[in-house]
Ligand binder design. Structure first.
Ligand code: EPS
Length: 358
């Protein structure tokens, strides 16, 4: 069975939910490790005061017994503590009593760059909140929880995945400047995966290609507008003799411009992918908008938001890449039971002339 992730949850609803299917049975999960990743995601420069309300922790409702996966769907939950302030406004059922707390008034001034306008038109919404709550990057908490599970599976076959902001020495200054001007900032993140053997993904069909899958996983994260694999865009301006990674004795490479993927297949070098994040669309000094109800010009919705979330994106991107690599590894090595998965990986390493170098 394929490793798959389905999520649900609104930013100020009761909770975020993830269901992971296709996990091998017998994988030991460490609650502290999952919670540590959730904490990492909440940190970082430029986050909103919302992070002082939330202290994200994972709960497991199904698929785990005494800390070991059962090979059945794993149900993960991260509660939204802030929901108590939105109990009327975000009540899943028709709310009882007088309107109280946050979210009482409909939002009708869509923010440029957010899901507001497209969502209102697509789904026929009178209150933009019905779109923005799901589109919110709050959702990424549960992606990180699922990613932590994927990292545990990858660790069994000695693959490590790590994300970090990229080329952002001036990130704090850019965030400070943006905040001072009641504006927002974006940036770049990079994810590296070590120990990935050759042969994950395939050139056989578009959907098999590991680079396409990683790009889709990264573009699936809120605010990501660009992705590159290895030297990516820079390769377009090089000659072939400068762009490719020569094969030397031992079937290894001395350079890694391809970012560990050739023809949609991992080649045994470190996998390197980068994502570009746009500045967040909720500005304290709002951009022009038009009221959906009246058609009159106005200013876009202003609500509590982050100034930047680049460091958080690094953690989320790490989780998304880990999940996709785990999916590709399960396809390659099978393994209803964890021992079968690891056994198939070992047998494969015996067959191929790859020796891990990076
Ligand atoms: C978000 C807006 C802010 C962020 C939120 C994403 O939420 P609020 O409006 O409640 O302050 O803090 O991110 C998180 C809560 C989180 O955990 O990452 C948005 O509009 O996308």
């Amino acid at each position: 069975m394929a490793l798959e992730l389905v999520t649900a949850g609104e930013s100020h609803g009761p909770a975020l939910v993830a269901i992971v299917t296709g996990l091998s049975a017998g994988l030991v999960l460490d609650r502290d490790a999952v919670n540590a990743d959730l904490r990492r995601r909440q940190q970082g420069y430029g986050r909103s005061p919302r992070q002082q309300i939330e202290t994200d922790e994972v709960d497991v409702l199904a698929g785990l017994r005494h800390g070991r996966t059962l090979g059945t769907p794993l149900a993960l939950v991260v509660a939204n503590k802030d929901h108590r302030n939105w109990a009327w406004g975000m009540s899943p059922w028709p709310p009882e009593g007088e309107p109280a707390g946050k979210g009482k008034e409909p939002v009708t001034l869509p923010r440029p760059g957010h899901a507001d306008l497209a969502g209102a038109m697509k789904y026929g919404l009178a209150d933009v909140r019905d779109a923005l709550e799901r589109a919110s990057a709050r959702h990424t908490a549960v992606v990180v929880a699922a990613g932590a599970v994927a990292k545990a599976l990858l660790a069994a076959i000695e693959i490590e995945v790590a994300g970090a902001p990229h080329d952002e020495e001036d990130l704090q200054r850019r965030i400070d400047d943006a905040r001072a001007e009641r504006d927002t900032a974006g940036g770049f993140v990079e994810v590296r995966a070590r120990g990935v053997p050759p042969g994950l993904g395939s050139y056989a069909t578009r959907d098999d290609r590991l680079d396409a899958r990683l790009a889709a996983a990264l573009m699936g994260i809120q605010a990501v507008k660009g992705v590159e694999v290895g030297d990516g865009f820079a390769l377009a301006q090089l000659r072939g003799s400068q762009a490719h990674d020569e094969i030397v004795e031992g079937f290894v490479r001395e350079t890694n411009r391809a970012g560990g993927i050739e023809a949609g297949v991992s080649n045994g070098e470190e996998i390197v992918v980068r994502a570009a994040m746009k500045p967040l669309p909720t500005l304290m000094k709002p951009l022009a908008s038009v009221d959906l109800q009246t058609g009159e010009p106005g200013e876009a919705l202003v609500e509590r938001s982050d100034v930047a979330a680049v460091e958080a994106l690094a953690v989320v991107a790490e989780a998304a890449v880990a999940f996709e690599l785990a999916r590709a590894a399960r396809e390659k090595f099978g393994g209803d039971a964890l021992g079968d998965f690891v056994g198939a990986w070992r047998a494969y390493l015996e067959r191929i002339p790859w020796r891990r170098t990076r």
